[in-house]
Ligand binder design. Structure first.
Ligand code: 5GP
Ligand code: ZN
Length: 140
């Protein structure tokens, strides 16, 4: 089986498993993290499969970077966090659990102690509400 055939984020790109999507363009897909570190935790991925920063094609890397900025601005506008953490892990030793290049956008509140990952699955309805708020800010 090819890397992308078994990759969970490639399955989301192909629509084989569901995700609460926020935004999609030719090269990137943005959706809500199912185990959010905080409400509004969003992931931006390249549609093309690449395991990590070291291996992704520059054209895809730049597309993800551009989407991350757009979505982070929309998260700021929609949710008014006190700060936004941008995270990205390369290799299991670094904490990467899904080996398909992605960037975490984690809204932070003053004094909040959030780890890189959440532990509990989010309420799907709450994810849909947050995604709709961020999408509306993106489109405004
Ligand atoms: P990392 O690989 O950078 O450690 O993090 C992977 C992230 O993907 C985790 O925060 C995890 O909650 C999220 N994740 C894992 N599987 C799925 C999935 O099937 N759908 C969604 N929306 N998020 C996922
Ligand atoms: Zn993949």
């Amino acid at each position: 089986m090819s890397e992308s055939a078994s990759c969970i984020f490639c399955k989301i790109v192909r629509g084989e498993i569901p995700a609460v999507k926020v935004h999609e363009d030719a090269q990137t897909l943005t959706f809500m993290d199912v185990r959010p570190a905080s409400p509004g935790h969003t992931l931006v991925i390249s549609k093309a499969h690449a395991p990590n920063l070291l291996e992704i094609a520059e054209v895809d890397l730049l597309a993800v970077a551009s989407t991350v900025q757009r979505v982070a601005r929309a998260v700021q506008k929609a949710l008014s966090p006190d700060g936004i953490r941008i995270g990205q892990f390369n290799g299991t030793a670094a904490g990467q659990t899904v080996l398909h290049y992605h960037v975490h956008i984690v809204p932070m509140r003053e004094g909040q102690k959030a780890g890189a990952h959440g532990r509990e699955p989010a309420n799907p309805e709450q994810l849909k509400v947050l995604a709709a708020q961020v999408r509306a800010a993106l489109e405004a």
